[in-house]
Design a protein around this ligand. Sequence first.
Ligand SMILES: NC(=O)c1ccc[n+]([C@@H]2O[C@H](COP(=O)([O-])OP(=O)(O)OC[C@H]3O[C@@H](n4cnc5c(N)ncnc54)[C@H](OP(=O)(O)O)[C@@H]3O)[C@@H](O)[C@H]2O)c1
Length: 349
Amino acid sequence: MAHLSVPQPEALQNDDELDEWLTRPRPVLIEFISRVSSPLVILGAGGKMGPTLAVLARRAADAAGHPLQVIAVSRFSQPAQRAWLESRNVRTVACDLLEPSAVAGLPKTANAIYLAGMKFGTASNPSATWAINTLVPANVCHHFREARIVALSTGNVYPMVPVAEGGATEEHALTPLGEYANAAVARERIFDFFSRRNGTAIALLRLFYAVELRYGVLVDIARRVFRGEPVPVATNFLNCIWQGDANEMILRALPLAGSPPSRWNLCRPDLISVSETASRCGELFGKSARLAGEPSPTALLGDSSRICSRLGTPPTSVETMLGWIARWTAAGGRTLEKPTGFEVRDGRF
Ligand SMILES: NC(=O)c1ccc[n+]([C@@H]2O[C@H](COP(=O)([O-])OP(=O)(O)OC[C@H]3O[C@@H](n4cnc5c(N)ncnc54)[C@H](OP(=O)(O)O)[C@@H]3O)[C@@H](O)[C@H]2O)c1
């Protein structure tokens, strides 16, 4: 198949090589993006995923010879993200999406990707988490009511489920533990409310742990093994996805938007064992992995078969990610110092 035809590199040795690979479009995206009308607006683009998502779209449109303007909107509290985007021909607009008057000034579009959110810091500032995850979607739904919107949600909207039963499907009740996860449920409910009221086409993507080499669950596990620290295994299973694959699927999910919103779990289809991943990292580093705790029968897990049957299985395997991460970690590669908290079981972030 054409979209599987891009060979993967053996190693990614520095930030430039990593960013180049994360933003290299596969033929399936180049073909898709030629049908996306301009502009493409990416909201909340200043975080961990937005910059490489925006540049992936930029490069896909360029490769297609399609004059698509890509507009990245964020507060840009990390100014380096803005400069990085501008230097790669992505237009940036600084905007606090909490401010209705600022949102009202944003360019109109037929295609929007919504990435804004807040998770970490919820325990100390819960009201900010609730405001960002509810008021921002309301402002966005009001201004972009004519657009189709792919809105990121999270696997945290589900409660922990029995590992033996596999992951939660999209029909599972949204009854999670903790304020962040419940604010994430509220984010979905606000999108759902406005979609039904205004007829706005929306796809809600419940993402489970994006991974690249500077952050992600596999990085958290690998770093612990490399440093000789114990790996907590109380939550012994998880789902994840290479960030480049996630970004591509987010863009290609635009035609999945509907009213009422469609809902999709987004991750690789495999259930990943934390203890087996730690052992594999130990082999790659030539060290023995230490484990801490007793595996619980429940974990935060999603069944991604619906999105895989529509958009294809994400091409980057766990083994490939671990090989890249092991080399990166052993070479002292940079990280964002943003641990995922995959071991958290009480919903406090
Ligand atoms: N990365 C993952 O593994 C993962 C897993 C599950 C779900 N998700 C979901 O996927 C989405 C994107 O992930 P991410 O990792 O890129 O998240 P992230 O690093 O938290 O980035 C989200 C960005 O939204 C922007 N934002 C927040 N409030 C805003 C406001 N009032 N106005 C304008 N921009 C605002 C912030 O950038 P500025 O400071 O520049 O405004 C923030 O960096 C998130 O919503 C998250 O819920 C991600």
